[in-house]
Design a protein around this ligand. Sequence first.
Ligand code: SF4
Length: 366
Amino acid sequence: MKKITFPQMGDMKIGLKALFAELGFEVVVPPKISKKTLDLGVKYGPEFACLPLKINLGNFIEALEKGANVIVMGGGCGPCRFGYYAEVQRAILEDLGYCFEMIVLEPNLLRDYQHIKKILGNVSLKRLYNGLKLALYKIYMIDNIYKLVLATRALEKKKGEIDSLYSSFLKKIDQVSSLKKIKALKDEYQNKIKENINDYQRDERLIIGIVGEIYLVLEPFVNLNIEEKLGELGVIVKRDIYMSSWLSHFLHLGNEMRQIKKAAEDYLDSFVGGHGLDSIGNTVRYARVGYDGVIQLAPFTCMPEIISQTILPSVSKKEKIPVLSLFFDEHTGDAGLQTRIEAFVDLLMRKKIYDGKLLEKGINYA
Ligand code: SF4
């Protein structure tokens, strides 16, 4: 029997598990990313590779050890190294003696029916449609609730309550397979979260936008839980990079990308791979709607984000928004990160007071 596995990235596993289970595969979800996952990836991955390749390699080794025999991995053809990842990982795993089949999902897959058939065998189109619908619905609903978590963590009445509600939501959504129940769960938890916040504190809070490379943004293990840390410092976090927004772009739904390109055009007018263009466009958009600051997250040596990093100082100066760029690798430490974000938050709060934005609202922080 085919036992299928895939990389861990944020809460994406819930959608992928639903899809492959619906298609009749046995699913082997890789263990939650841990120090062991990282150590395996660092040990066997090329030293110069960016962090996501190493972590995914660790995911695959742990899943193969649990009995998986089919790996599903993304492919690509953009200017960055992502397009080579699957092949590099395949070669390393084969050298290590693992026996498996690797399925690489290329960007044009949905237009290539023969390729889909080869991958899925005898799965009917109807079953594929139902599986995709269920998986996408879960992914969109999860992102919907997580957006609310980011926006409300800094306003919670009881410390830790919002995160505990979110964990409970994830556990429940993982267990249901009807769209109606998923929607009911989303509504239930949306209300529960809203009941647990002090809305009157909203005007006192800083708003920070997160931009950067998708893996770093979505995976809390690699970004050292930066969004949680910011929430604890009383910061409302906003971002536009989600699994659902990536899927909308991939499926040509909505016009978000057009808005991002338009916002970026004075600074960068071409695709540079990954989310490099998004980092510029979103920083401009966040400045123009009045966010207090932006944090860019990226893996060390990430080419698209290095390009953005060199442009962001001009964006910061012209659009009048402070930007902090943070690059991560396997050596990044928790204490160093905490110090840097505390200093950035402190600076933003002083700027807000200096600009009179808090005093205008009658709040005296002096
Ligand atoms: S976007 Fe950056 S981190 Fe991701 S694969 Fe490309 S170079 Fe590596």
